[in-house]
Design a binder for this molecule. Structure first.
Ligand code: NAD
Length: 354
């Protein structure tokens, strides 16, 4: 594996391999781009099958954070970290303390937070070794309700673009995945007067949505559901060759990361007349919320929500760019993020840790 070639290919600045004998920590921190500020991105703990798989994942995820943070208007670069291990079996105080020490050696170039396989409790342990951690229980806490609010605002913008009105009352929305984000999104949609179809692989989760007023749909039928908007809130890669011909919706807008299995599926959606709200715009509420902790005076919920609300305007801008430039919406979202970084570079602003 040629690590420098991989870094060169996608413009990564720094990759740090961290090993601690006492705890058995095997971790990789990837800093993609710090043009806009220190690199913020979560810590993922996952039982990767190989070191190569972990490296590829952290490189991909850290680059994604550069785009998301830039598009959300944050003065933050993109980074991510992974720990190779099983979160149900391999967690210990020593493990997260060791990780925190490594984060601290970077002097603020990388700020960590929770992600798949890690929790606010884990962040508390990391906090004992470094100030460069956010997403703590007593500050911004669980980001899911805020992420759901951002998806809701994105859905309003997508409805305006696709149907000419952002009013979701009477719209039919099919939500795939009734997890932390999905359930909060369903609550908002029902309050707005939408008809909601909900699916999950766990019946008890669907039941919660049904109690709120949603209609249950089997997990393997939600793609085929007659609806206006399809909201992927479970897994990535759900928009693919197999699912695109089955979709009845006119809009795809949800919380899941990496919804397009491959970029070409963005084009395949628009060829079918389906509007795609790029995932890293629609689900950017979580990182906006966590980044609020870094603001002077610390975390303020109302300020975070006001910023998340602007996802509506950001997405309308993306749609406008897509129309005017004759490019796909996911390409327009990338262009928006890249433009902000390019302008910052032209102004010769550079993040220097103090
Ligand atoms: P979660 O684990 O709480 O919920 C995911 C739900 O999807 C679970 O209930 C699971 O049972 C269900 N599911 C899995 N496979 C399914 C399938 N094939 N069909 C139907 N349901 C299925 O996760 P979450 O925090 O709600 O996040 C949802 C998605 O949004 C993830 O892709 C996540 O990466 C992304 N996201 C979350 C946040 C956040 O703040 N939590 C922020 C940005 C992006």
């Amino acid at each position: 594996m040629q690590v420098f070639d991989l870094m060169d290919k996608h413009g990564h600045e720094q990759v740090v391999f961290c090993y601690d004998k006492v705890s058995g920590l095997k971790s990789i921190i990837a800093i993609h781009d710090t043009t806009l500020g220190p690199a913020l991105g979560g810590l993922r703990m996952w039982p990767y099958k190989s070191e190569e798989e972990a490296l590829i994942d952290v490189l991909r995820l850290s680059r994604g954070m550069t785009y998301k943070n830039s598009a959300m208007g944050l003065n933050l670069g993109g980074g991510k970290a992974v720990i190779i291990g099983d979160p149900r079996r391999d967690k210990s105080e020593e493990l997260f303390r060791a990780f925190g020490k490594f984060v601290n050696t970077l002097g603020g170039r990388y700020i960590t937070a929770e992600d798949v396989g890690t929790s606010t409790e884990d962040m508390e342990i990391i906090r004992t070794e470094t100030p460069y951690v956010c997403g703590l229980a007593e500050t911004s806490g669980n980001p899911s309700p805020v992420t759901a609010f951002g998806v809701y605002r994105a859905m309003m913008a997508a409805a305006k673009e696709a149907f000419g009105s952002d009013n979701l009352a009477g719209r039919k929305v099919a939500v795939q995945g009734v997890g932390s984000v999905g359930l909060n999104l369903i609550k908002r949609l029902l309050e707005a007067g939408a008809t909601v179809y909900a699916a999950d692989i766990f019946p008890d989760k669907v039941q919660k949505a049904v109690e709120l007023g949603a209609k249950a749909v089997p997990a393997d039928r939600i793609i085929d559901q007659e609806c206006d908007i399809f909201a992927p809130c479970a897994l990535g890669g759900v928009i693919n060759d197999e699912t695109i011909p089955r979709l009845k919706a006119k809009v795809v807008c949800g919380a899941a990361n990496n919804q397009l299995l491959e970029e070409r599926h963005g084009k395949a959606l628009s060829q079918r007349g389906i509007l795609y709200a790029p995932d890293f715009i629609a689900n950017g509420g979580g990182v906006i919320n966590v980044a609020e902790e870094l603001q002077p005076g610390g975390y303020r919920s109302e300020r975070a929500l006001a910023k998340v609300s602007k996802i509506y305007d950001i997405l309308l801008k993306v749609f406008k760019m897509s129309r005017e430039m004759g490019i796909e919406t996911y390409e327009a979202a990338n262009a928006l993020a890249e433009e902000r970084i390019r302008k910052a570079l032209e102004q010769k602003r550079m993040y220097v840790p103090v």
